[in-house]
Write a protein that binds this ligand. Structure first.
Ligand code: HEC
Ligand code: HEC
Length: 349
């Protein structure tokens, strides 16, 4: 079941347009591929705003096209490998059209940056880490703004991200620090007490993230379903699961026949029962990392009786984390995997 959900989600993300781009294709392609996250008028949503003059003035077309092509791996901004060069250019023309009187940045925008990464690191810790993360990992989660703190209406992007570092030139990063992004929490650091040399040092430090690419540690891909046999009857196994879940501070939400609602009562197979349970702290933690996890909440273990005995089954959360492509969520999924395993093992004792 979850496979179908996940596939649907990705199809929505990947579904791109035709193979060619007519002159006014930009708007259509943008609507199809980008507007769900960045807003139909570029005012932002799940994704950062794109229509801000300060943003469009700070970035050149190469930055935009690389960002669209490569996305931000590990963040929610997807790659768009299936768009043709013409289609990417049509989208960029559409973005630029929002503020037609604002020229793209002159190039070279600023003198080449020569800074001291060690000094930059200290400054970064003091001036940037609170928003962009200690190691440039960005606001929490995948860049999904449902989880953003209220006081930060726009999620700070990840700066140690391979997609960002590939797209952004030193000059673009420097311009962003010199001028800020008016209309976002990203301020001009010239107005916050730094001088141009300080800014060069920080740019050099941010650039050094590139030499230490982030390695994502994802669970080895395993079976999509966890399964364990029980020596007890179906009813006893259900009771054992409830007791084990309660013992781990979960609340039992309900116990329900798997076919409830799908078939009339009389035709239901009574030998398939689902135990639903949850722990609100855990759910909130996971939802803050990535709202998509909500599709798989609350926790559930299915018990089935078959001729060869009684089996307990759960969707393997570690299998899901592969779909989410988010290292933080990977930890949550592993935690959930361990909880399922412990409950099922205890119920089989
Ligand atoms: C599923 C949501 C989603 C979709 C679809 C999406 N984006 Fe994004 N985009 C994001 C998020 C979130 C970020 C911020 C990255 C981060 O948090 O590290 C982002 C970042 C960007 C940036 C960098 C902004 C900056 O300040 O540097 C650009 C440019 C961009 N997206 C353009 C596009 C375009 C054009 C499309 C369509 C072809 C698109 N995005 C599709 C979510 C999305
Ligand atoms: C108050 C929070 C905050 C602080 C502090 C902050 N930033 Fe930002 N920064 C943001 C937000 C939010 C954005 C996204 C702006 C947008 O939507 O265009 C951003 C954008 C950026 C971008 C553009 C990223 C992209 O994907 O285009 C860079 C580069 C950047 N910040 C670097 C820094 C550095 C370096 C520092 C420290 C000198 C810093 N920021 C301090 C919140 C912050």
């Amino acid at each position: 079941m979850f496979k179908a959900v996940a596939a649907g989600f990705f199809l929505t993300l990947l579904g791109s347009g035709t193979l060619w781009a007519a002159p006014d294709e930009g708007a259509r392609l943008y609507e199809l591929n980008c507007s769900a996250c960045h807003g139909i008028n570029g005012s932002g949503g799940v994704g950062v705003p794109l229509a801000l003059p300060a943003f469009l003035h700070a970035v050149d077309d190469a930055f935009l096209s690389t960002t669209i092509r490569e996305g931000r791996p590990g963040r929610i901004m997807p790659a768009h490998p299936s768009l043709s060069d013409e289609q990417v250019q049509a989208i960029i023309t559409h973005l630029r059209g929002w503020v037609a009187d604002i020229p793209p940045p002159p190039s070279p925008a600023y003198a080449p940056v020569e800074g001291d990464a060690a000094r930059g690191k200290l400054l970064y810790g003091g001036y940037c880490a609170s928003c962009h993360g200690e190691n440039g990992e960005g606001g929490h989660g995948t860049g999904v703004t449902f989880s953003r703190p209220r006081e930060l209406p726009i999620m700070p992007p990840a700066l140690n991200n391979a997609g960002f570092l590939k797209a952004a030139s030193d000059a673009m990063i420097k311009r962003t620090l010199m001028e800020g992004r008016v209309g976002t929490p990203m301020r001009s650091f010239l107005t916050l007490g730094l001088n141009e040399q300080n800014i060069d040092d920080i740019v050099t430090y941010v650039r050094s993230f590139e030499q230490t690419p982030i390695r994502w540690h994802f669970a080895e891909v395993e079976e999509p379903v966890m399964m364990l046999d029980s020596d007890y009857s179906l009813e006893e196994t259900v009771e054992n699961i409830k007791r084990a879940a309660l013992g781990k501070n979960f609340r039992i939400i309900r116990v329900q026949n798997l076919e409830d609602g799908f078939f009339p009562e009389a035709e239901q197979n009574k030998k398939q029962v689902v135990v639903y349970f949850c722990n609100f702290n855990f759910i909130n933690q996971a939802l803050n990392l990535d709202p998509r996890i909500g599709l798989f909440m609350p926790c559930r273990i299915t018990v089935v009786e078959e001729p060869d005995g009684v089996h307990m089954m759960a969707i393997n959360p570690r299998y899901l984390s592969r779909v989410y492509n988010n290292a933080e969520l990977d930890q949550a999924c592993t935690q959930m995997f361990n909880i399922y395993a412990e409950i099922m093992e205890e119920a089989s004792l």
